[in-house]
Design a protein around this ligand. Structure first.
Ligand SMILES: Nc1nc2c(ncn2[C@@H]2O[C@H](COP(=O)(O)OP(=O)(O)OP(=O)(O)O)[C@@H](O)[C@H]2O)c(=O)[nH]1
Ligand SMILES: [Mg+2]
Length: 372
């Protein structure tokens, strides 16, 4: 069972095992780390007062913000309705922030950059929220923002809100939570939203689909300047940042910047009317940090004027709607009793080569409709 001493601050006191972000003492139940005991039908559920949550968030109350995000991240079916009602109330107060995605190979200095950059922004009077997408993470295994020590300054800053990656398996599920958390942060008055992700391919595409500006953090060295970063990732970036441009590494970083700028010249840019360029900075000393903010502000001005910002956000919403429909349909399909009983046989027939996969899928779909 949950021990209240090891609960993160954002877990409501009356919560059971259903919250996605929850610290557990190692693996105590199934292989997924969840207790075999659930509170379904047990402890009486206190009704969530959505209006209280909404008022708290809109007033910029941090504790309520944390609780609202916990609600939005919850995997419990009975929280879904309240979470959606809450988002409905908050929606008119969203959209005013600049949403920035940050990616890069492990160790490139993303977290250090966010700490320095975020602190720079709060000293300028902005409120900064940091979210993460790390589909593989769970609190027990350590998550992307698990060690807040790497964001020492920001996590102590009252104008910053640092939230670890939601747990909960598949990238799609994690992405939904992050996207909705982003809206809650905006409603709470945060001006800049930073979304960190690991450099693993698919998660970058996902983050790109929810932010305005996408920053790729790179480092020099290891001979190969492309260091496993695929051309495709460079092509979805609005700026490249060669980090660790300090000490002996300053000159190599500047050389790398010129090389990347040459490469960028031949690539399609990620955003209409905007030229992606490489820059250098040191997250450690702070040099070049202001320049990055200037670049982002120029981007914002430019794309707002041209209408590209607005059309990108609308397109992102359309895509998101479609993604949610797809996920829910798939879920409905695999949970359907007709499918569950027929699937093993059809799978076997397809695997043994007796039945073509497409024919197998068609007969499953027919079974799904047989009820209606
Ligand atoms: N010299 C120098 N070191 C840096 C700089 N930025 C980060 N580092 C160091 O690089 C190491 C990795 O930094 P992180 O910020 O944890 O990198 P990350 O990209 O978030 O790493 P993951 O979260 O593991 O993917 C740490 O030891 C940092 O102190 C920099 O600008 N200059
Ligand atoms: Mg990190």
């Amino acid at each position: 069972m949950t021990d209240s001493n090891i609960r993160p601050e954002w877990t409501p006191n009356d919560a059971g095992q259903e919250f996605a972000s929850q610290v557990m003492k190692g693996v105590i139940g199934g292989h997924d780390g969840l207790s075999k005991l659930t509170n379904t039908g047990q402890a009486p559920r206190r009704k969530i007062d959505v209006a209280v949550y909404a008022d708290g968030v809109l007033a910029g109350n941090r504790a309520m913000l944390a609780r609202a995000i916990t609600l939005v991240e919850s995997n419990a079916p009975h929280h879904l309705q309240s979470a959606q009602e809450l988002l409905q109330r908050l929606l008119p107060h969203t959209g005013q922030s600049i949403r920035i995605g940050i990616t890069g190979v492990p160790g490139a200095g993303k977290s250090t950059f966010i700490d320095t950059f975020g602190s720079y922004l709060t000293t300028k009077g902005y409120k900064v929220a940091v979210l993460a997408i790390d589909p593989s993470s769970s609190v027990t295994r350590g998550s992307i923002l698990g060690d807040k020590t790497r964001m020492e300054n920001l996590s102590r800053d009252e104008n910053a809100f640092v939230r670890p990656s939601p747990t909960g398996g598949m990238l799609g599920g994690v992405a939904r939570k992050t996207r909705e958390s982003m809206l809650v942060c905006e409603a709470a008055g945060y001006d800049v939203i930073l979304v960190e992700t690991v450099g693993t391919g698919q998660s970058e595409i996902t983050v790109r689909s929810m932010v305005d500006f996408f920053l790729l953090v790179l480092i020099t060295g290891a001979g190969d300047e492309l260091q496993g970063i695929k051309k495709g990732v460079i092509e979805i970036a609005d700026a490249l940042l060669i980090n660790k441009a300090d000490g002996d590494n300053k000159i190599p970083a500047q050389t790398a910047r010129s090389e990347y700028n040459r490469v960028l010249h031949f690539l399609t840019s990620a955003t209409d009317g905007w030229t992606t360029r490489a820059h250098t900075a040191s997250a450690l000393t702070g040099e070049g940090i202001e320049n990055i903010w200037n670049v982002i502000q120029e981007f914002r001005l430019n794309t707002t004027k041209s209408g590209v910002m607005e059309s990108r956000r609308q397109e992102q919403l359309r895509e998101w709607l479609h993604t949610v429909v797809e996920n829910q349909l798939i879920d409905f399909f695999f949970r359907h009793p007709n499918i569950q009983s027929a699937l093993p046989n059809i799978e076997e027939a397809v695997m043994s080569g007796e039945m073509p996969a497409t024919a197998g899928a068609q007969s499953l779909l027919k079974l799904l409709m047989a009820d209606e």
